[in-house]
Design a protein around this ligand. Structure first.
Ligand code: PLP
Length: 377
């Protein structure tokens, strides 16, 4: 591994976050001291490990205002989403008929894949809610879909590319009016915006530790909708201890951390706007995650910019890799962005361990890379 000072400035916090040192302490404690098997509750060590899982459940519940009994620990948001969709399919009222699922066009691939699989199996019928140029959801279309008999509504709490925040409270209210269930993917929003699982009457909510300064391999499905099969095997107690600590810290610190992140993000945005002629800000600035900055440089391919700053700054195109080839983002396409804006798209997100000096340096590296790219194109 490279020495810290040689490492590029990390601006890809939508992909994953560094782990908070206090979370690392909790993980190490669970690994070193709390090594019991949580299923071996005949003795002290098993009980201790089992209590660590209970404590993690309580912390997840407290972060999203849910009941601890409704928190099911999973290996990721992806696993939680798959479990939720399978559960909704399994308990559909009219067993002979497919579940009618309505989802936003800009859901994460983890949701899209789970839904497509249910559809292929003949267990679900899908319809889609469009978004506008800022990735804002068409709430009238959602209302219509609910009234025409949707069984399950899937809307993310915040988008992982352009950072748009969704009014999931109203989504839950609209769904409840017609008796539809809801699946809220809170992977990007948890620990950054206020989430009220019980108060909103959501059916399923998912989150993941590694998006909020916790470890990879730990997530949760929150639901009060009946029995959820337990994951197989011995639970990864250290990862879940990390999830619990990450949730506790977010609950206590997000009100302070998020405005600070917005300050750094705004600094980066201003700096880039001043230095890069023609820069376009994507998404919905009035309703955007505080750390999120998605831009397009319409005349410069994003992969060229990324390759030029590779050694100095870590950021993303937001494109998905399918069978070795990069595919344009389905989110930007759903927003109706021009091809030039899609091909020049750069996704950034700052984090609580970035500082102003890093942000200024990143803006300098990026703007000069874009100028160099323009000079050779
Ligand atoms: N949903 C959203 C909105 C995400 O951003 C991600 C991760 O990028 C996922 C789901 C999948 O999360 P995990 O990595 O925990 O499976």
């Amino acid at each position: 591994m490279r020495e810290p000072r040689e490492r590029p400035i990390y601006l890809d916090h939508h992909a994953t976050t560094p782990v908070d040192p206090r979370v690392i302490e909790a993980v190490v404690h669970a690994m070193s001291v709390g090594y019991g098997n949580p299923n071996s509750t005949e003795h002290f060590y098993g009980v201790e490990a089992s209590e660590m899982l209970e404590s993690a459940r309580r912390e997840v519940a407290a972060l999203v205002s849910a009941r601890p009994e409704g928190v099911h620990l999973t290996s990721s948001s992806t696993a939680a989403i798959r479990t939720a969709v399978a559960h909704a399919v399994e308990r559909r009222a009219k067993k002979a008929q497919p579940l009618r699922i309505v989802a936003s066009r800009i859901e994460h691939a983890a949701v899209l894949n789970a839904l497509a699989e249910a559809e292929r199996a003949g267990a679900a019928e899908l319809s889609w809610i469009p978004v506008d140029h800022h990735a804002r959801l068409d709430m009238d279309a959602l209302r219509r879909e609910c009234r025409s008999g949707a069984d399950l509504v899937c809307v993310m709490a915040a988008n992982n590319e352009v950072g748009t925040i969704y009014d999931t409270r109203t989504v839950c209210e609209l769904a409840a009016e017609t008796g539809a269930s809801t699946l809220i993917d809170a992977t990007q929003a948890a620990g950054r915006v206020d989430l009220r699982f019980s108060g909103w009457g959501a059916t399923y909510m998912v989150l993941s530790a590694h998006k909020m300064y916790g470890p990879k391999g730990a997530g949760a499905l929150v639901t009060d909708a009946g029995s959820i099969p337990r994951s197989e095997g011995t639970p990864n107690v250290p990862a879940f201890a990390g999830l619990g600590e990450a949730c506790r810290l977010r609950r206590l610190e997000m009100d302070e951390d998020e405005p600070a992140a917005a300050g750094l993000r705004d600094r980066l945005q201003e700096s880039l706007l001043n230095r890069v002629p023609g820069l376009v800000i994507n998404g919905d600035p009035p309703a955007r995650l505080s750390h999120s900055l998605h831009v397009s440089v319409p005349d410069v391919p994003n992969d060229l910019v990324i390759s030029l700053v590779r050694a100095q700054v870590a950021l993303s195109t937001g494109s998905a890799c399918h069978s070795g080839a990069m595919e344009p983002s389905h989110v930007l396409r759903a927003m109706g962005l021009s091809l030039a804006l899609q091909e020049g798209a750069l996704r950034m997100a700052v984090g609580k361990f970035n500082d102003a000096a890093e942000i200024d340096a990143a803006a300098e590296y990026l703007s000069s890379a874009i100028a160099r790219a323009r000079a050779v194109l």
